[in-house]
Design a protein around this ligand. Sequence first.
Ligand SMILES: NC(=O)c1ccc[n+]([C@@H]2O[C@H](COP(=O)([O-])OP(=O)(O)OC[C@H]3O[C@@H](n4cnc5c(N)ncnc54)[C@H](OP(=O)(O)O)[C@@H]3O)[C@@H](O)[C@H]2O)c1
Length: 299
Amino acid sequence: MQSTILMAAEYGPPDVLEFVAVDLPSLDRAKVRVQVKAAGINPIDARRMTGEFRHGGLPQTFGTEFAGVIVEVPPGSTDWKVGDEVLGSGDGFTHASVIDVPIGNLVARPPAMAWPVAGTLAGVAQTATTVLDELGELKTLLIHGASGGVGSIAIQLARERGITVVATASEKNLGYLRELGAIAVPYGDGLIARLEQVHPAPFDASIDMAGTEEATQAALARVKADGPLVTIAGRKVSSPRIKPAWVKRNRANLEHVVQAVAEGRMRWTVSATFPFAKAADAYTAVLDGHTRGKSALVF
Ligand SMILES: NC(=O)c1ccc[n+]([C@@H]2O[C@H](COP(=O)([O-])OP(=O)(O)OC[C@H]3O[C@@H](n4cnc5c(N)ncnc54)[C@H](OP(=O)(O)O)[C@@H]3O)[C@@H](O)[C@H]2O)c1
């Protein structure tokens, strides 16, 4: 079977992306073969393309999540069968028409869930849950850059845990943050004073999705002295108090969010879909850093 794979042989802007047709090897016994229907585009994909992150060298493939239909299972498989509709995670290879995925990563697609929704939940669900679990018990939380993918889910998971959330975004996304359950504050000059106005007491903790110096300074100023301050942005920070956090894959955490979205208890926004053939346009949009919810490639 052939797969059309999005690849880049060099680092650079979206025009380094190319489509390569590859004959897939025979299926590994620990994997299933999936025809991809939709795949989320995450900032990490675009940042690997530019060379800001250089994990595995060149040429490189992309994509950390997907939803699709199983087209082949290993002999004797009892977990899944051909035709099953699934979603899950993959380490930098899901932007391709057909992918081989470790069996342990899969979750059934809820029947009524649209493909772009199903294909965009794995990264944000597992990242937001990891970070909240690592922060431990909280009553109040400050989230910087919360109208994007991880922030949208983090707000709702935190609210589910009874946490009061104050979240930042640009003016155009403040109403959206309120709909998700947060007290919304615009980022930009005067942020610390605005945070104090809406939440005079110090926060128990903060999460930074934006990676800006402004977010660092606001966290230092507005979180209590022994409160944890974390960043997921993967950017250099000016204070040793800000600790990096990285996603840990956990199928139960993913299933929790998938069910909540399927049952309408949690809101999820796919703000743009791009045909796979237009992947360069999609990466350009994601590099801009102002996605509401998530963007998806559709196949
Ligand atoms: N550590 C990990 O394991 C992990 C996992 C997933 C993602 N990440 C990283 O975490 C970051 C967030 O991911 P995401 O998918 O949620 O990103 P995203 O969807 O692109 O969201 C970016 C958010 O940042 C806000 N923003 C943009 N400029 C800002 C500024 N100057 N100050 C404050 N906020 C600003 C945007 O709001 P407006 O649109 O309103 O400006 C939006 O809410 C990315 O850097 C990504 O690479 C890390």
